[in-house]
Design a protein around this ligand. Structure first.
Ligand code: GLU
Length: 472
């Protein structure tokens, strides 16, 4: 048997971490069995589905490297097929028209509640053979079995048993003929030959209904794997409140897809005490049976830790390319400053994400707006004017433009003026970057280039002069 799995997002928003994890588990199952992974867009809710959401979901799947073998199939393009299956169920006596009005259904519900029962459809038109009431466009309901129970062996949750008495006759087509959600899923899973349904456990309640419809269609149900949800650290369902939940937000925030994928696979699944999984590793070692049946808690620090790990193991060229993209997002073209490869070399130890790296690299590509007041007040004082001027002139003339040579120059000026290196280093840092934090002075000046460094030093010397005038 070829394993065929699917991911079936509803395009009503971005791809969030929970959805991405479901997609990943489903993808892994297909890949480790040499099977197929199908992508299906469940867009029948036309009010809430948008092309924009479809685009971002596909983009996120691509970014995560979750490639699909078939699809994307769009449910809105399969309407004719759903109509055909509704017809089949009607013809075979597995479905019927129901003419209850909304008011009647409301009354039915109220009456059931008053009896202390679960509000449910009472089967009024199940075996109706009379003359249908005038002026009512009927819905089509599935004839759920009245006796017995539905049971299945969920790969994550274990055995699930639901009595048919708890299930009422599900509407499968609305008065305008459009199919309902649970029905389209069944038809698609059947037509697409899905062998394993991996989905969020918020769908667990739908499963017995779907199994009954599948059986009525003469099919054997697939294997179900209901993956528990992801919670924030406050025990509530993961949402924007807990930080970014959209997969592409992580791309924008400078995370590597390898880190996000590795984080997601470990969310609810473990393999001994291993934390780092390459893609091949995951495919080899992942097992649904080892997925935790209770909810997992999202831990942003761990994701950051993994990101750092993957950044440190990525090739410099790869990181440089990504850094360039993040700089571009900030309106910085790499042509206006150093080679990003050199920047990565200097900033790799200092940044946990590529966005943070781009933030820190800004000083090598653009002039700062103004001095950080506190840093300037503390470091740009008249006593530093003479050494700074000497450093400035010698920097202008420096032939050997390397970080080490710039550093040696700073040391030599410090020695000449009998200053500790920090006493001149920090003022120079403020002069060239505008603030008090940067990589070593040698690296900083090397990367920003001679022109920008000299401009900063001149600006600082002027600032000191002006301050001195104000006080005299
Ligand atoms: N479209 C559903 C969702 O996005 C998934 C349904 C399924 O996997 O069966 O939640």
């Amino acid at each position: 048997m070829t394993v065929i799995t699917r991911f079936a997002p509803s395009p009503t928003g971005y791809l969030h971490l929970g959805g991405a994890r479901t997609a990943l588990f489903s993808w892994l199952l297909a890949r480790q069995n040499g099977g197929k992974f199908v992508l299906r867009i469940e867009d029948t809710d036309r009010d809430r589905s948008t092309q924009e959401s479809v685009d971002v979901i596909l983009q996120a799947m691509g970014w995560l490297g979750l490639d699909w073998d078939e699809g994307p199939f769009y449910q809105t393009q399969r309407m004719e097929r759903y109509r055909q299956v509704v017809r089949q169920l009607l013809d075979e006596g597995h479905a019927y028209y129901c003419y209850c009005s909304r008011e009647e259904l409301d009354r039915m519900r109220e009456a059931a509640k008053a009896r202390g029962e679960k509000p449910k459809y009472n089967g009024k038109y199940r075996d109706f053979a009379g003359e249908p009431p005038e002026g009512i466009k009927p819905v089509v309901r599935f004839k759920n079995p009245l006796q017995g129970s539905v049971s299945f062996e969920d790969q994550v949750k274990g055995r699930v048993v639901i009595h048919n008495s708890e299930l009422d006759d599900l509407i499968i087509a609305r008065p305008d003929g459009t199919p309902t959600y649970n029905f389209t899923v069944v038809v698609d899973d059947l037509d697409m030959g899905i062998t394993h349904v991996v989905r969020g456990d918020d769908h667990l309640n739908n499963t017995p209904r779907q199994i009954n419809i599948l059986r009525a269609l003469g099919s054997r149900p697939p294997i179900y794997c209901h993956v528990p949800m992801i919670l924030g650290n406050d025990g509530r369902r993961l949402s924007k409140r807990h930080g970014a939940v959209s997969v592409m937000q992580y791309a924008d925030d400078g995370y590597l897809p390898e880190a996000v994928v590795n984080y997601l696979v470990r969310l609810g699944w473990s393999y001994g005490d291993e934390e780092i999984f390459s893609r091949q590793d995951m495919v080899k070692k992942f097992s649904l049976a080892a997925v935790n049946s209770s909810a997992s808690v999202f831990n942003p620090e761990k994701l950051l830790w993994l990101n750092r790990h993957y950044m440190q193991h990525a090739s410099t060229e790869n990181l440089a390319g990504q850094l360039a993209k993040h700089l571009a997002l900030k309106g910085i073209a790499v042509g206006q400053g150093p080679d990003p490869v050199d920047v990565v070399g200097v900033l790799l130890e200092r940044a946990q994400t590529l966005a943070e790296m781009a933030e820190k690299a800004g000083m090598f590509y653009t002039d700062y707006d103004a001095f950080d007041e506190k840093a300037a007040g503390k470091n740009l004082r008249p006593a530093i004017t003479a050494p700074m001027r000497v450093f400035r002139d010698r920097l202008e003339a420096l032939e050997d433009w390397r970080a080490a040579a710039i550093h040696a120059l700073l040391e030599s000026v410090a020695e000449q003026f009998e200053l500790k290196i920090g006493k001149i280093g920090q003022p120079v840092r403020v002069a060239v970057t505008g603030g008090s934090v940067s990589p070593s002075i040698g690296e900083t000046i090397y990367l920003m280039g001679r022109q920008r460094a000299l401009a900063g030093l001149d600006r600082a010397l002027k600032y000191i002069e002006k301050k001195a005038e104000e006080f005299s």
